[in-house]
Ligand binder design. Sequence first.
Ligand SMILES: [Zn+2]
Ligand SMILES: [Zn+2]
Length: 125
Amino acid sequence: MDLYGVRIPTIVTDNKAGRCSGCGEVIAGRPWRVSLLEIVAPESPVPSTESAPLNPGPFEFHGDPSHVLAWMSKRGMLFCRRSQVREIMRPVWVTAEPPLMGLCDGIHRDDHEFVDPAAVAADQS
Ligand SMILES: [Zn+2]
Ligand SMILES: [Zn+2]
């Protein structure tokens, strides 16, 4: 690599053996990492005797939203079609019996429109 005109002969590797959470295949090159924002904000500081809950993820995928959508579908999650698949997704509980988790990027200001992620993937291909 070249940094400000200085050649740096370091071989940069990103963990190559990562597998896509969507299709299970090995990811060649840099994986696309998606994290879910913490589902429940802690109301009080976590005592030192307990470990703080971490945000789920990052999950690693091939660089194609359809792999992320396939993963959501497998896990029974819904996808807000007013959003896009991004590095950080916000979980939203959808009123249903049993309650379902929907994922949204949280950027749009109008109401969520949760749909089956498999249907979105089919639309985009
Ligand atoms: Zn994949
Ligand atoms: Zn939404």
